[in-house]
Ligand binder design. Structure first.
Ligand code: HEC
Ligand code: CU
Length: 347
């Protein structure tokens, strides 16, 4: 069953050139394809084997030759064989699939994070530097990229066939997926979850570029404000800093360094603070009250858009043990913030 690498490469290239198969443009793609072709191969062997037996037996045991049916008592050897071989094949597929699953869903720790917001019917991408794109996503090649995705309305699914990447994009919850592009080029983005009238138009282009090109693209398309800076403004304009000022006497906990830490809750459990937890802490504060604090934080449900929440989360992520940045903002700049900040839900 061993296919020489040359033959393999040829097969994949041919399939791609014949437009029967997407190109392999990410580090994961060859692994996914190997499993896919393995499944195809054993299915093919199964079909040929069963087909040949049906055909052969129908000739060999045709009525003209065997006018009287004979009683067959069965064969333990035969039954064991056709149980053990498929079982072994299924187990190999299971272990292989599970290993691949973990590879696909565990992002490398050094991956860069980009946010994706899906809505009827478009994809919005938000880069940490504040670059926004609609139905397009620019990424560098040779670097793992993690997407943190959420939907503003119904279920969507984010898919890049050339990268062999696909993941559900769900309202109310972050989901993630990662990839590392290997070849510069433009590839398709699809929504693969039927989401309404213009579902088929919920498409876009992913542009994989060399790190240098990506660098110059980020410089060109910057809006001047990073996500964290937008978040800092929101934090002040929404009054978060009145409780989370970082002062010892403040009514809310100091948020510096909270991201990535283990938080002790009032109900005795411990949670890891990640993006999803921060988002939920802002929307449903009463559901997981931090130990040592009164449940006085109001809910911000319906008051911030998903984009605004992303900004706030990015801001809190940047807070290290030096809270001064935000305190200066509280006293000197908060009055400069326009009444309708971009991230706020418009009435
Ligand atoms: C009225 C005071 C108050 C306001 C206003 C307030 N918070 Fe809180 N916040 C708290 C308190 C008290 C806690 C701890 C108890 C709890 O978890 O509910 C908390 C907890 C949190 C947590 C959980 C992490 C931790 O260390 O406990 C986050 C994240 C957070 N707040 C963010 C925000 C953001 C963002 C805003 C503004 C949109 C905001 N808060 C507005 C009082 C407040
Ligand atoms: Cu969709």
């Amino acid at each position: 069953m061993h296919i020489s690498p040359v033959l393999w490469q040829f097969l994949v290239k041919w399939l791609h050139a014949s437009a029967l198969f997407p190109s392999e443009a990410s580090t994961i793609a060859p692994y996914t394809d190997a499993l896919y072709f393995f499944l195809l191969l054993i299915t093919l062997i199964g079909v040929v084997l069963v087909g040949a037996l049906v055909f052969g037996f129908s000739i060999r045991y045709r009525a003209a030759r065997n006018p009287v049916a004979t009683q067959v008592e069965g064969s333990t050897l035969l039954e064991a064989t056709w149980t053990i071989i498929p079982l072994a094949l299924f187990l190999v597929t299971f272990v292989w699939g599970a290993l691949l699953y973990f590879r696909i869903y565990t992002p490398p720790t050094n991956s860069m994070n980009i946010y994706i917001v899906g809505k009827q019917w478009m994809w919005k991408a938000e880069h940490p530097g504040g670059q926004h794109e609609i139905n397009a996503l620019h990424v560098p090649i040779g670097r793992p990229v993690q997407l943190t995705m959420i939907s503003q309305d119904v279920f969507h699914s984010f898919s890049i066939p050339d990268f062999r990447v696909k993941r559900e994009v769900i309202p109310g919850r972050y989901s993630t997926v990662w990839f590392e592009a290997t070849d510069a080029g433009t590839y398709h983005i699809f929504c693969t979850q039927y989401c309404g009238t213009a579902h088929s138009a919920m498409i876009g282009d992913i542009v994989a570029m060399s790190p240098e090109d990506y660098e110059s693209w980020t410089k060109q398309s910057t809006s001047g404000m990073s996500l964290a800076q937008n978040g800092e403004r929101l934090f002040a304009s929404m009054g978060c800093n009145s409780c989370h000022s970082g002062n010892a006497a403040a009514r809310g906990p100091n948020l510096a360094g909270v991201y990535g830490s283990k938080l002790q809750l009032a109900n005795g459990s411990q949670v890891l603070v990640n993006d999803a937890y921060l988002r939920d802490a802002i929307l449903n504060p009463s559901q997981h009250v931090t130990a040592g604090y009164a449940p006085i934080m109001p809910t911000y449900q319906g008051q911030v858009s998903e984009d605004g929440l992303i900004d706030l989360v990015e801001y809190i992520k940047t807070l290290d043990n030096n809270y001064r940045v935000q305190q200066t903002l509280t006293t000197s700049q908060s009055d400069k913030v326009a009444p309708t900040t971009p991230g706020m839900v418009k009435p």
